[in-house]
Design a protein around this ligand. Structure first.
Ligand code: SF4
Length: 140
């Protein structure tokens, strides 16, 4: 049957699973109320859960950098401990734009707790010792 002839086509959404390099093509079928009826196309349980999550409440990990005063480099990488709702990613980045840590900073340092009320913390992902930032680091 051609896709255009499928009476359920308007209830189907397709996703690419990013759980591993296999990249299974997922198909999520929903009912008339938007509730998930079935997830298909996964090769493992992780993909089934990903398809349901992506369809109902997509989430993303956020990785970015924040400013460091007096560090070897001008910025240090940070990330969310867990994924946050996708619609909040831009706002999380904006909130982190106002942060300035002071060197030295240790890996795992809490940068922001319960960011935007999501219950998710932001942590530093590398050590940043004290030191004058180089020109290249200031640009980066
Ligand atoms: S469904 Fe499982 S095997 Fe397929 S891409 Fe996702 S994680 Fe990998």
């Amino acid at each position: 049957m051609a896709p255009d002839d499928d009476p359920h086509a308007d209830h189907l959404t397709h996703y690419l699973c990013i759980g591993c390099p296999l990249g299974c093509r997922l198909e999520v079928e929903e009912d008339d109320h938007g509730d998930v009826l079935e997830v298909r196309g996964f090769d493992c349980k992780k993909g089934k859960e990903y398809g349901r999550q992506e369809h109902t409440e997509p989430k993303r990990m956020v990785t970015t950098t924040v400013a460091v005063r007096g560090g070897l480099h001008a910025r240090v990488p940070v990330k969310t401990r867990e994924a946050v709702p996708k619609p909040l990613v831009r706002e999380v980045c904006r909130a982190l734009g106002t942060v300035e840590l002071t060197a030295p900073v240790a890996i795992g340092t809490l940068v922001m707790g319960d960011v935007l009320g999501t219950g998710v913390d932001i942590i530093v992902t590398r050590d940043m010792p004290e030191g004058a930032p180089t020109r290249a680091a200031q640009r980066g």
